[in-house]
Design a protein around this ligand. Structure first.
Ligand code: SER
Length: 882
């Protein structure tokens, strides 16, 4: 059974048993989940388990995209580590419980998949005797193959506060080839877990302590598709299943290597295959490479792919052909891959290209670090700081740094590196924990409140009440002046950030005080979370309240939102349908709009777009919003924005007869209210992705005025009387500067040539076997010294053994030694020549180039003494007597 067949068999099995087939939720979980990336099939159903929302169906089944980022660095090095995987699951929300869950699973495994019942083992939680009886008496599993296990193994929770319960797992015996007999407690290689059945019945806190029973008894099961495929296809591990084989083959053919021949090649091939698949899915769900959170995970993985590809000798792009395979193989099950294919390609390829550059810069940093090594200290280690900087700044995986260092006969101070990594991780963890504390309290309060009614499409104020108050350390009964708070209201006119539009600002007044609202964010279960601070008086939970949106800001935002739709339409109209929206920011008076397009828009194109958009706005068409079904909206050609998730009922915003988008945002009633949109600039944000920034309404005018003023200032500074002349004057001034610079350059070059000649005079014969030039050169930094030394040395090359040592004091004491090839052949390396001198200036240097070495030290005053050591050292190394 191939992977697609297993997935379909599973989903159909449960559909036939009354389960609604629910699409996988995005890998990006809602913020209130506290998760970085979706990690279990049950994630999207948490509000149903907790009773925070009414489930629209009692039974569900899904194949969920999951991501576990804990062991990225292990991927490739082991047979089993994976980041991205698919979890097949069936769920019951207060409907069936243990007996049916166990029977369903057993029936599918034995009859659906055809696994011999004699190969099956199950586990159950210590206190869950009921489960043992069900497996034995109802399902028919022999008692000696029912294993009892503790909380660590058989109690499941999300590792954040939320639903939890005891569980039972199903294991398959893969036979003696994989390990000793005795069941899952003895060997988890031989006995492989294929299914986890969780009996969701309790709510736990952040430490897995039971808080209260859930309102109903539920089922949450999870079965890793890759593991089932490993068993059914009778292979050793997931990389050998049909889910990975084609990807490995692409990597093999690009590199001309074979899997299974040599261990380090295998690592690289597996990294490329696994990471290419995982990153394709991450990008499809809207994750973009960045330096934090999810974006960093994505970036790190893409860079691992590129560096491993380089190591296999692949110079060109690898991601494009791999993405093609993933889309082809999994596009039917996950249509978002097909829909966003060109976007995925452009994001991945742009990071690939970018890392090409970073890889080079990182290599330069690496070479410099090697050159800076203290030759007097024989540690043979690259400092952990360097490895960490390479990792942190240039995205060099430490393994790559280690391999590179090994080529220079060095190791990496991995202990120090790990310390620095741990410090960074700890800082990151603390940041997450702090965020969690407020997050949990808000989620609790949201659960109690059960959503907020949003009245902000019709009105800008509302009489309501303080549903809940949360301060920096948790829930509050009363908040005093100056306290930062999160406020929940049962009824609110405040728009919560979404669809690119930023959250509303305004005030909430109670009989005792006033809260200034600085932002509104979406919270769990559809609640709006108002972020703000108590401006005066004190505010109590339960108080009557009057909530009022800042009308001016909202109007300015509404203008921007309508302008954004018109800009979107304009770009597609002028550039073609591919110019799809990929993200936007809608804020008072300004907008940012990202779209796919292959090349820069010229000045003329931008002006044309701006004129077209403004002409459309001036037509003053009506802007209408209505709710309808998703199917109807799609049939009307409404544009669904990338990466957004919509329910069955959607809101459509229509402008005149030309623009129709799914949109939850707020708009002006007629386009004339926008007045004007002014494009500031357009730029690339990655291969095939462009970004436009524009100002809207009065802000656009303010900007035009500011530009006007600036032009006046420039005109004045150039001594011109009107702006028309300014450009010509500036051009002339620039030409004159260039001319003067070139004259100055000539003068300097002459100076330098005489410096070189002067220095060359100082070369002295040594014992009739060589030539030595030692001098200090005031005013030269280390690069200047290096250039001079190398130039002078090159002139000496044909005169036999020779060396040039120059010293300077710019930026600390510096010494550069350059040695001719003949001298190197006689045993004089630049590094050895400098050794006593480097000591004298209180420092060190290094480098593995025998012909050139650089040293730096803290004692510039010892420079002359240091230079004084050179002649004797030179003779000594040549084997003569000083
Ligand atoms: N939530 C459980 C798991 O992830 C079962 O789906 O293993």
């Amino acid at each position: 059974m191939d992977g697609n067949r297993i997935r379909e068999t599973f989903l159909r099995f449960f559909e036939e048993r009354g389960h609604r087939r629910v699409p996988s939720s995005s890998l990006i979980p809602p913020p209130e989940s506290g998760l970085l990336l979706a990690n279990a099939g049950m994630n999207q159903f948490i509000p149903y388990f907790l009773g925070q929302a009414e489930p629209p169906y009692a039974r569900a089944t899904s194949s969920q995209k999951c991501f576990r980022a804990n062991d990225i660095e292990n991927v490739g090095h082991t047979a089993r580590h994976m980041t991205f995987f698919e979890m097949l699951g069936n769920f019951s929300f207060g409907d069936y419980f243990k007996t049916d869950a166990a029977s369903f699973a057993y029936e599918l495994v034995t009859e659906g998949y055809g696994i011999d019942p004699d190969r099956l083992w199950v586990t159950r939680y210590t206190t869950d005797e009921e489960a043992a009886d069900i497996w034995a008496d109802h399902v028919g599993v022999p008692r000696d193959r029912i294993v009892t296990r503790g909380k660590e193994d058989n109690y499941w929770w999300t590792h954040a506060a939320g639903p939890a319960g005891p569980c039972s797992e199903i294991y398959v015996d893969r036979g003696p080839k994989y390990g000793p007999d005795g069941g899952p407690a003895v060997d988890e290689e031989r006995f492989i877990e294929i299914w986890n059945l969780v009996f969701m019945q309790e709510e736990v806190d952040g430490d897995a302590n039971v808080v209260q029973p859930l309102p109903s008894k539920n089922i949450d099961t999870g079965s890793g598709l890759e593991r089932v495929a490993t068993v059914l296809q009778n292979v050793d591990n997931a990389f050998e299943t049909d889910l990975f084989r084609p990807l490995l083959e692409v990597a093999e053919s690009l590199s001309g290597r074979k899997h299974g021949v040599d261990a380090s090649t295998d690592v690289s091939l597996k990294v490329i295959a696994e990471h290419a698949r995982a990153t394709t899915f991450l990008i499809a769900d809207g994750v973009q490479p960045s330096n934090e959170g999810r974006g960093y995970i994505l970036r790190r993985m893409l860079r691992r792919v590129v560096s491993h590809a380089r190591r296999l000798g692949i110079e060109g792009g690898v991601l494009h052909p791999l993405i093609a395979i993933v889309v082809e193989q999994m596009g039917d099950a996950y249509p978002e891959l097909v829909e966003n294919r060109s976007y995925i390609e452009s994001v991945a390829e742009s990071e690939e290209e970018h890392f090409g550059g970073t890889l080079r810069q990182g290599m330069a940093m690496f070479d410099q670090a090697i050159a800076d090594l203290d030759p007097t200290v024989e540690t043979g280690q690259l400092p952990g700081e360097t490895a960490f900087r390479l990792y942190d700044t240039h995205g060099f995986p430490p393994e790559l740094t280690e391999e590179l260092a090994a080529e220079h006969g060095l190791s990496v101070d991995r202990q120090r590196f790990d310390e620095l990594m741990d410090e960074q991780k700890r800082r990151a963890k603390e940041a997450v924990k702090r965020q969690d504390m407020t997050g949990d309290a808000v989620a609790d309060a949201a659960g109690r409140l059960g959503g907020s009614e949003f009245v902000g499409y019709q009105r800008l104020d509302a009489d309501t009440a303080i549903g809940a108050l949360v301060g920096p350390d948790g829930p509050l009964e009363v908040a005093h002046e100056g306290t930062p708070v999160r406020v929940l209201l049962p009824v609110t006119p405040f728009y919560a950030e979404g669809g690119g539009q930023i959250g509303d600002t305004g005030t909430i007044r109670t009989p005792g005080g006033v809260i200034r609202v600085t932002d509104t964010q979406p919270g769990p279960g559809g609640v709006h979370v108002h972020h703000g601070v108590v401006d005066s008086g004190e505010v109590r939970a339960g108080d009557d309240a009057h909530a009022e949106v800042d009308a001016e800001a909202r109007e300015a935002t509404a203008r921007s939102h309508t302008a954004t739709h018109v800009v979107h339409w304009t770009l597609r109209h002028l550039l073609g349908d591919h110019a799809r929206q990929a993200g936007s920011l809608v804020a008072p008076g300004r907008l940012r709009f990202d779209f796919s397009h292959h090349s820069a828009l010229g000045r003329d194109q931008l002006e044309e777009a701006e004129l077209t958009a403004n002409a459309k706005l001036a037509a003053d068409d009506a802007v209408r919003a209505y709710e309808t079904t998703m199917d109807y909206a799609r049939s009307q050609g409404a544009t669904a924005l990338f990466g957004e998730k919509y329910g069955d009922i959607v809101r459509v915003v229509e402008i005149g007869d030309y623009s129709r988008e799914l949109c939850g945002g707020t708009h002006v009633p007629h386009t004339g209210r926008v007045a004007v949109v002014r494009v500031l600039h357009e730029a690339s944000i990655g291969a095939g992705m462009r970004r436009i920034e524009a100002l809207v309404g009065p802000d656009a005018l303010r900007h035009v005025n500011a530009e006007h003023r600036l032009l006046e200032e420039i005109t004045h500074a150039l001594g011109a009387t009107d702006p028309e002349q300014a450009a010509e004057r500036a051009r002339r001034a620039m030409e004159r500067i260039k001319q003067l610079e070139s004259e100055l350059g000539k003068i300097r070059k002459g100076d330098r040539a005489s410096v070189v000649e002067g220095l060359a005079q100082k070369a002295l014969p040594v014992d009739g076997v060589g030539t030595l030039l030692v001098s200090s050169v005031p005013g030269e930094d280390v690069n200047g010294l290096k250039e001079l030394a190398v130039g002078l040395r090159d002139r000496m090359e044909r005169d036999g053994a020779g060396a040039v040592v120059l010293g300077g004091t710019e930026g600390g004491a510096k010494l550069v030694a350059a040695v001719t090839k003949a001298a190197v052949d006689r045993g004089v390396t630049a590094k050895a020549l400098l050794e006593p001198a480097a000591k004298a200036i209180g420092g060190g240097g290094g480098g593995n180039n025998p012909g050139l070495a650089i040293a730096g030290g803290r004692n510039p005053e010892a420079l002359e003494d240091a230079l004084g050591t050179i002649p004797a050292r030179f003779s000594e190394l040549l084997g003569g007597d000083a």
